[in-house]
Structures are given as structure tokens and as C-alpha cells.
Design a protein around this ligand. Structure first.
Ligand code: 0X9
Ligand code: ZN
Length: 431
């Protein structure tokens, strides 16, 4: 990866870390320059290895099923359908053999089906996993470490736990007075990314937001937030899944974590594994499904790490979990059609989502209006800690939108994230 870019960087005068071949003090602007360099924006010829795809996709099909409303979408999730596209009267997505059986047993109308490998190899928007612009686990970890080292007076890095495969879930903390896991009474904001493996843009946004904040640390507003708030950024929660998704050289459309399930299948859907009406709706209890909720709530180290992290930091007032794709800003409840019962919170959710919607062009929406799905991380976060928690479905027409999308997505999301910081001291002042 990044051979051309590395060569270019090595020929410049910036200090270079011999191990990673990266400048040690890379800034937000340098990062943006990297991801928008002509080499990074070229979409190379797809290099799909159909043998690997066919094996690793567990015999899934790409199906289009009639679904006129969110209620049908919820039932489909329960049958284990991995909904990727929502259209007016249909949804499309991946279904394994078990889900295919349920679709026909439950009389859903399957309008079309093709083997997943065939569908993926037919895509023209695919590009190789070794995409120059996106940051894999090592690059993400290195960048976070560089940021913490370069801004050690206000930034620190610690791990909130280990994934199934033993990778650290890194957290960059920006706070002028407290470092590492030392407690702080300052109001906190928590930005979380890449819970779903294939949603790589959801790593880039919080990662580059961290770089932006540090680069702009002397701007009047940013300086105020760094001085008065406790800011936490975990850009890559599901690094195991994200790495698996790119490891073969071809994207795998992989969603879950890398747990080994009792029936020999792989992965739990982390956004169905939180303890909020766990596995009641819009989730599947069949381990092979892409919406598998796990054997019990918080069975997974990744969801458990978020739980422990948030429960230990009751100063956190606001929270965004980044996903792709849909250009929507979702607020609780997602697991129930009921409104949140606290009227002030409801008003704040609507107001904050609306303001962030204006800054991003994304549609603010109650989460359950997309579909009801229980075990959702933001429902849990709000219910358990009171933090006003939003799921961002970032932009893009697909999980692999290419490098060209990153710059604009980062720029608008920096604005929304900064807005959230501006109200974190008292989110109700906005209403
Ligand atoms: O289904 C999900 O977990 C999220 N969509 S994604 O395509 N990123 O997988 C949406 C979560 C929204 N929450 C609820 N509707 N409960
Ligand atoms: Zn997601």
C-alpha cells in the first residue's frame, strides 16, 4: 500500500519514522493532501479473487426482497437478512442459506437472487483493499500514537480493551488537564468509529477529526473546548473485522466481529449485542446471520469495552457512533417505536440532530424510522448513561465509495462534530 506516496514523502525533508515510512509529525492538512493526491484517487483495476470470495462469503446470496415499509424491514432483519440498500418497495442485501430458507418459509417475496461472489465481481465501483487513502489498523494505530506524542500536553492514548483477536481498541483523549484513564469532571464527548467491519469511512471520520482538532488547537473555539471538555475518540472499534475485510486483497463485504460461534460460523453483529431490548426485534439469534445478536448481551469484548468505558466515565454527555451508509443522523429509540420519555431529551435529540443535519446535509431521523433493531449501541448508551447518543450513517452509495469521498465527508463531519462539542457543556442550552 501507498508505495508511490511513501516514495514521495521520503524525498521530502520531514522526519520519517523508519519503521512505518511515515512522517512522524503528519498534520491534518498533510493527511488530506495524501488522501486527495492523484495517486490516491485513482481507482485501480479491480483485483477480485473469486475463489477467495466464494469461500469467505459462506455461500451467501445477494437478494432483492419486496419490503414496503419499516415493519417488513424489521422482520427481514430478524430473518437474518443483511440489509444493504433500502428502496421504496424493496430492500437488497446478503442472505446465507439459513436466511434464504426463512425467506421462503415466511413467504417473503424474493424478487431476485444471485450468488454473492457473482454480485461482487460484477461491481464496477469496487477497488482493491490496499487502497492508498484509507487507514488500516496499523496505520490508524501509528497515526494515533503520533498525534498523542506530538501533542503530549493535551493528548494521550490508551487502550479500552482487546478485540477477539487481541488488537487494542485505541482511544485518543484530548483534555488539557487529565491524561490516560485519569478521571475528569469536565463534560465529555465520545466519538466512536468502525463498529461494522466493512464501514471503513467510519474510521476515517473520527481519525481525521482527531487530527483536525489537534491542528486547530489554537483556534479560539477549539482551544476553549480542549480546555473545558474531556474529548474521547475511538476510531476503530472492530479492527479485527476491518482487517479481515481487506486482508485478501479484495473487499469481503464483512460486517460482524471475528468471534467463533458455537455452530462453527463466524461473527456477532456488534450493533445488536448491546443490552437494550437485546435480540427482541430486527436481530437474528441464528449465529450464521449477519444480524446475529450473540449468545447474550455484551458477549463480545468490543461491546463490553464500550460498556465499561462509558460506565466508568459518567461525565460523557454527548456521543456519536459512526457507521455507513445512508446520509442520516439517527437518534433514539432505534429498538422501539416509542419516543424517549424525557421531553427535554427528546427536544435536545431533535434539535441537535437537526443542527448537525444542516452542517452535513444528512437527514435527521428517529432511528426506528429506518427500522426497529434492538441491541443498538446508541440506545444502550443513552439508556444506561444519559449521554445524548447519535448514530451517523455517513454518505456514499455503498460500503466502498472510493477515496474521492473522504475529503468532503471529513470536512462536513468536522463541522458537525465541532457543533456537538459546542453544546457538550450543556446540550439543553440548544433547545
Ligand atoms: O443496522 C445497523 O446497525 C445500522 N445500519 S448499518 O448499515 N450501519 O448496519 C443502523 C442502526 C440504527 N439503529 C436502529 N435502527 N436501531
Ligand atoms: Zn454499521
Amino acid at each position: 500500500m501507498k508505495l508511490l506516496l511513501c516514495a514521495a514523502l521520503l524525498s521530502t525533508s520531514v522526519a520519517v519514522n523508519a519503521e512505518s515510512s511515515r512522517p512522524e509529525n503528519i498534520s491534518f492538512n498533510q493527511l488530506l493532501a495524501e488522501i486527495t493526491a492523484p495517486e490516491a484517487l485513482q481507482v485501480p483495476e479491480p483485483s477480485l479473487d473469486k475463489t477467495i470470495l466464494a469461500e469467505s462469503l459462506d455461500n451467501r446470496y445477494w437478494v432483492t426482497v419486496r419490503a414496503q415499509d419499516k415493519y417488513v424491514r424489521t422482520r427481514l432483519l430478524e430473518a437474518g437478512l443483511d440489509i444493504v440498500e433500502i428502496n421504496k418497495d424493496t430492500v437488497s442485501g446478503f442472505a446465507g442459506p439459513y436466511t434464504m430458507g426463512l425467506l421462503s418459509a415466511k413467504a417473503f417475496t424474493v424478487l431476485s437472487r444471485v450468488p454473492a461472489a457473482q454480485y461482487i465481481s460484477g461491481l464496477t465501483r469496487d477497488f482493491p483493499a490496499q487502497d492508498a487513502a484509507y487507514h488500516n489498523y496499523k496505520e490508524t494505530s501509528d497515526l494515533l500514537a503520533q498525534m498523542a506524542a506530538r501533542h503530549s500536553d493535551i493528548a494521550s492514548l490508551f487502550s479500552i480493551g482487546k478485540t477477539v483477536e487481541g488488537r487494542d481498541m485505541w482511544c485518543l483523549r484530548i483534555n488539557s488537564t487529565a491524561k490516560g484513564s485519569a478521571p475528569s469532571a469536565k463534560p465529555g464527548a465520545f466519538f466512536l468509529g468502525n463498529m461494522h467491519a466493512r464501514e471503513h469511512l467510519a474510521n476515517e471520520i473520527p481519525l481525521l477529526f482527531a487530527a483536525w482538532l489537534l491542528d486547530h488547537r489554537n483556534d479560539v473555539d477549539v482551544k476553549k473546548y480542549i480546555g473545558s471538555l474531556d474529548i474521547y475518540i475511538v476510531p476503530m472499534l472492530n479492527s479485527d473485522g476491518a482487517e479481515f475485510d481487506i486482508a485478501s486483497g479484495s473487499y469481503q463485504y464483512y460486517r460482524k466481529n471475528m468471534s467463533k460461534n458455537a455452530n462453527g460460523s463466524r461473527g456477532v453483529d456488534l450493533n445488536r449485542n448491546f443490552d437494550s431490548w437485546w435480540c427482541e426485534s430486527g436481530a437474528s439469534s441464528y449465529p450464521g446471520s449477519d444480524t446475529y445478536c450473540g449468545p447474550k448481551a455484551f458477549s463480545e469484548p468490543e461491546s463490553q469495552a464500550v460498556k465499561n468505558f462509558m460506565e466508568a466515565r459518567r461525565n460523557i454527555k454527548t456521543h456519536i457512533s459512526y457507521h455507513t451508509y445512508g446520509s442520516t443522523i439517527l437518534y433514539p429509540w432505534g429498538g422501539s417505536e416509542d419516543e424517549v420519555s424525557n421531553p427535554k431529551d427528546k427536544q435536545a435529540f431533535i434539535k441537535l440532530a437537526g443542527e448537525m443535519g444542516k452542517l452535513t446535509g444528512y437527514l435527521p431521523q428517529k432511528s426506528s424510522d429506518m427500522y426497529v433493531a434492538t441491541g443498538d449501541s446508541c440506545d444502550w448508551a443513552y439508556a444506561a448513561t444519559g449521554a445524548l447518543s447519535f448514530t451517523f450513517e455517513l454518505e456514499g452509495r455503498g460500503f466502498y465509495p472510493g477515496a474521492a469521498i473522504i475529503k468532503a465527508a471529513v470536512e462536513k463531519n468536522v463541522k458537525a462534530a465541532v457543533y456537538l462539542l459546542s453544546v457538550t457543556d450543556n446540550p439543553y442550552k440548544a433547545i
